[in-house]
Design a protein. Structure first.
Length: 140
């Protein structure tokens, strides 16, 4: 097995210390597909985690949105989303946030109840997006 760079694969980083420590990328772009890693609610500018699930959900969505923007897309390009929460009772509080984020995309979605890496983490969100071709008119 070789670890040669793949010219058709681009990696996107948020600069999170977890990416280097664990060995992953925030997102991987291959062709017109973007795979965004499970994203928790850290504020990566301050490396702090808000206590409330709503704020964690907003932070995770913002981080995902920035990764998609670096890939050339947006939340409107998301085709699949997975929400992972340790406490199913927290899920309804996130609905207004996720509904707002995915008003246009309306991706296929799954919510899973599972333990997360750190006890303060109350939600993790993973998405897959497909970039839309840029039309000649939008390049002008």
């Amino acid at each position: 097995m070789t670890n040669l760079p793949d010219p058709d694969r681009r990696r996107i980083s948020t600069g999170s210390p977890f990416e280097a420590a664990i060995g992953y990328s925030r997102a991987v772009v291959t062709g017109d597909w973007v795979f965004v890693a499970g994203t928790t609610g850290y504020d990566y500018a301050t490396m702090t985690m808000p206590a409330g699930v709503e704020d964690q959900c907003r932070n995770a969505m913002a981080t995902i949105g920035r990764a998609l923007a670096q890939a050339g897309g947006s939340l409107d390009d998301v085709v699949q989303v997975r929400y992972i929460l340790p406490d199913r009772a927290d899920w309804p509080a996130c609905w207004p946030i996720t509904a707002d984020a995915f008003t246009r995309a309306r991706p296929a979605a799954t919510m899973i109840v599972a333990g997360l890496q750190e006890p303060e983490m109350r939600i993790e969100i993973e998405v897959v997006a497909r970039l839309r071709p840029v039309s000649p008119a939008s390049r002008a």
